[in-house]
Ligand binder design. Structure first.
Ligand code: ATP
Length: 357
């Protein structure tokens, strides 16, 4: 089911100081039916607040929420047809796994036999059917989170909402469980919103990513699209490991400059005169004898298939940054000249942060 947020806003007012926090600010987005959408951004950007408004656990200060054609803005949470999963699993420790999964059906007074069959179906879907008689404490974190997902899905909701579901798991389980979530979402085809502050997590499982900063949506798109085509500096900086390097620069008479050095010319920018931030992905550098940009490095890291130069440059904002190369060819001791691959380089208006190239 498609979810539409229209000018959704949440303002928290501190009771004592009366100071206001615009946790979500005029958010208008469409979550396509049957897709897994990652709500991504740094801590405090309003992801959870957005999710809780969709769930009905928080009332918006303004705006509307639609499930399909239905305006659900004022509908009680239990009437919305949603399944919710939290980061801490929130299972009942004294109940068996079977009882935990079945619990929402008891509230709905679903006949016992039907409830049992549904519970088994969900346990199979998440791959814990041989754990049904155990208690939550006997399961790993990853298994507990799968139980929480089974419990969220047992009522056959139309929407699944996941709030940082992997953040309590260790690295290995996190990888495994995120693949599981992707598989379960594909198999059920349920519209899913997944909140995370981890860009790699969001990139790896989302069909679409909604990137937020300070309550505002900064960009929406497929993982590859937002990575390759950031529309603003925030998105370019937030996505990518190692992070993008950002330099003080300018655009003048069609020339893109870092400091006083022209790194390339661009016909498209012939009419543009602007102070700029020039951002270059780690894989955007080519060592060349007559390379335009002089970069120094402190040492070389061997990172498996590739090499990483731990580099610094007088115009860079980052104190150090990484340059990824396939081999050491052309790299001279301590300072190397590079040509910059245009397709790995973005130019942003320094004042607005908006992309100009
Ligand atoms: P995190 O990843 O840290 O959970 P988030 O992106 O989910 O962050 P929110 O929890 O939605 O962010 O919070 C957004 C902003 O609203 C923050 O500035 C937060 O301090 C504020 N906020 C959230 N809940 C409340 C509340 N109940 N009362 C007052 N302010 C709140």
């Amino acid at each position: 089911m498609e979810i539409r947020l229209e000018n959704l806003t949440k303002v928290f007012t501190d009771a004592k100081s009366k100071s206001e926090t615009r946790a979500v600010d005029d958010m208008t987005i469409t979550i396509p039916s049957g897709k897994l959408v990652g709500l991504l951004g740094p801590s405090g950007c309003g992801k959870s607040t957005t999710l809780y408004m969709i769930a009905g656990l928080l009332n918006p200060t303004g705006g509307k929420i639609f499930f399909g054609e239905d305006d659900v803005t004022d509908l009680a949470p239990e009437k919305r047809g949603i399944g919710l999963v939290f980061q801490n699993y929130a299972l009942y420790p004294h109940m068996t796994i079977r009882q935990n999964i079945m619990f929402p059906l008891e509230n709905l007074k679903v006949p016992k036999e039907e409830a049992k069959a549904l519970t088994l179906e969900m346990a199979k879907l998440v791959g814990i059917e041989d754990q049904l008689d155990k208690k939550p404490g006997q399961l790993s974190g990853g298994q507990q989170q799968r139980v929480a997902i089974a419990r969220a899905l047992v009522k056959k909701p139309k929407v699944l909402l996941l709030d940082e579901p992997l953040s309590n798991l260790d690295a290995r389980l996190r990888l495994q469980t995120r693949e599981e979530i992707k598989r379960i979402q594909r198999e059920t085809g349920i519209t899913t919103i997944f909140v995370t502050h981890d860009q790699e997590e969001a990139m790896s499982i989302s069909d679409e990513i909604v990137l937020m900063e300070k309550g505002v949506v900064k960009q929406i798109g497929g993982p590859q699209e937002v990575y390759e085509n950031p529309t603003n500096l925030f998105v370019a900086k937030f996505l990518g490991t190692p992070p993008i390097a950002v330099y003080n620069g300018s655009v003048s008479k069609g020339k893109v400059k870092i400091g006083k050095t022209t790194i390339f010319s661009s016909k498209e920018l012939e009419e543009t005169e602007v102070e700029a931030f020039i951002a270059i992905r780690p894989e955007g550098y080519e060592p060349a004898e007559k390379g335009k940009l002089k970069v120094s490095y402190d040492f070389i890291e061997n990172i498996g298939r590739d090499l990483a130069l731990i580099a610094h440059q007088e115009n860079a904002i980052n104190p150090t940054f990484r340059i990824i190369l396939q081999d050491q060819n052309g790299v001279t001791p301590s300072t190397t000249k590079f040509n910059i691959k245009k397709e790995k380089c973005y130019v942003f208006n320094k004042e607005t942060g908006e992309r100009v190239l």
